[in-house]
Design a protein around this ligand. Structure first.
Ligand SMILES: [Zn+2]
Ligand SMILES: [Zn+2]
Length: 441
């Protein structure tokens, strides 16, 4: 299902503004439609505009209509900027769907906008005290509403049958509703190696059934010490295929799409605009930089993780792990000073530029990697995911693990005002208005 996405802060503000009026209330949301593979993946809302009282033609507890000049202004803006307009209104009387009046009004709006803003997708959103619904303007095509912040607010959609017996022990923790959310989400995993592979295993056991796996690498013999479900016969196979097989061994009905590509290429990174939440399980600084910005720019909440084993010669001095959620309201990897600009620069060079670059000497020495440490951080990341989507009370959105001391500590990275990634002046919710810091070729 395509999505209508806005920051959790904007969604909460919209709901509380609507709730503060006994009369129907309108708002216009401006954002950008993002297509993946030729179909709408999401509309990313960047701005919410609230009409003043005199912008209404009529307004009562059961109806509200904006003046034609307000609609004409919105159409004009959309025509100039290419933005999508989301026509939002409240149903204070607890009518949890679009009404016949809404259908008729939207049909007229759609006809008007089709003439003024041909080719641009617009949407409608209705919020009642206990539900919210969105659809492509003037159609029956529903959109999933996502409010993205440290937690995800996800609109209701037709309940799926879930296997109460299979999931009995976890439903006792996060309820049938939490289990239904897991079964509906499409989850992106970037990197199907040391941490991405055990994350997929855990997600499949939890009942996640829709996956997008991205990793360009094939299995080498030296990977077999830490790839769950892989054996000697898999050497040479694509990591995404080995991990897809692992998921299917747990849930034969899972929908697993694989992409043996690199998110260093903008076109492949953009496939993630069609997931609800992502895990960043790559060990490259370049792909981290791309996913960091994609998380905020396209409002794709992402849980990033890594393990570092630092050795000076023979002696290991540090064994540390980090799991961190990247979403509006939480500081990004740039705010946390967690990206090495030179390493990012080198990762984002094209092959041609790489050969010509005088500063790259030889290949990297492979880093140590051990299954127990990877799995520890994978589990922390999955628990963070459960907290964000299914409401289990695990509050930390940054966890630092120190294996040498045996400690696990929560942390927090405040978002820096003016950050070019996570601040509003930066890439936040700009979607296709800005390019991603990824390669085009
Ligand atoms: Zn209505
Ligand atoms: Zn930032």
């Amino acid at each position: 299902m395509s999505r209508l996405v806005l920051t959790l802060e904007a969604l909460e503000a919209l709901k509380s503004t609507f709730a503060s009026h006994d009369e129907e209330t309108c708002a216009l949301l401006f954002g950008r439609a993002v297509e993946v593979g030729g179909r709408l993946a999401r509309i990313v809302v960047r701005e919410v505009w609230y009409p003043k009282d005199d912008a209404y033609l009529k307004r009562s507890p059961v109806a509200a209509q904006l003046r034609p000049e307000v609609v004409a202004w919105a159409a004009q803006r959309s025509r100039k900027t290419g933005e999508s307009v989301v026509f939002a209104h409240s149903h204070p009387m607890e009518f949890n769907s679009f009404s016949k009046t809404d259908d008729d009004g939207e049909a007229r709006l759609k006809a008007f906008l089709d003439r003024r803003t041909a080719g641009t997708i617009h949407a409608a959103l209705v919020i009642s005290p206990s539900a919210m619904k969105a659809r492509i303007l003037g159609t029956e095509v529903d959109l999933r509403i996502l409010g993205v912040g440290p937690t995800l607010q996800i609109s209701d959609s037709p309940a799926r049958d879930i296997d109460n017996e299979l999931f009995d022990r976890q439903i006792r923790l996060f309820g049938t509703l939490g289990q239904q959310v897991l079964s509906r989400l499409r989850v992106g995993i970037v990197g199907a190696g040391g941490t991405g592979n055990p994350i997929c295993q855990e997600l499949a056991h939890l009942g996640v059934s829709r996956f997008l796996l991205i990793d360009p690498d094939t299995v080498e013999r030296s990977n077999l010490n830490r790839l769950v479900g892989a054996g000697p016969r898999d050497v040479g196979a694509r990591k995404v295929d080995v991990t897809a097989r692992l998921i299917h061994s747990i849930n034969p009905n899972a929908n697993v799409e694989t992409s043996a590509t690199s998110v260093l290429l903008a076109a492949h990174a953009m496939e993630l605009a069609d997931v609800d939440i992502a895990f960043c399980c790559t060990d490259s600084q370049g792909s981290r930089a791309v996913l960091n910005q994609l998380a905020y720019q396209f409002l794709v909440p992402t849980i990033d993780m890594g393990v570092a084993i630092v050795a000076n010669g023979e002696k290991v001095s540090r064994i540390v792990g980090r799991a961190q959620m990247l979403a509006p309201g939480l500081g990004c990897l740039v705010c946390g000073n967690l990206l090495n600009p030179e390493a990012v620069r080198v990762d984002l060079l094209t092959e041609f530029e790489r050969r010509a670059d005088p500063y790259i000497v030889g290949a990297h020495e492979p880093a140590p990697s051990v299954i127990s440490l990877n799995s520890t951080m994978a589990s922390i990341a999955v628990t963070m995911f459960l907290s964000a989507v299914a409401g289990i009370p695990a509050k930390a959105r940054l966890v630092n693990y120190n294996a040498v001391n045996g400690t696990m500590r929560p942390g927090a990275i405040p978002p820096h005002s003016g950050c070019y990634v996570c601040a509003r002046e930066g890439s936040l919710a700009r979607a296709g208005e800005w390019p991603l810091p990824a390669r085009l070729i």
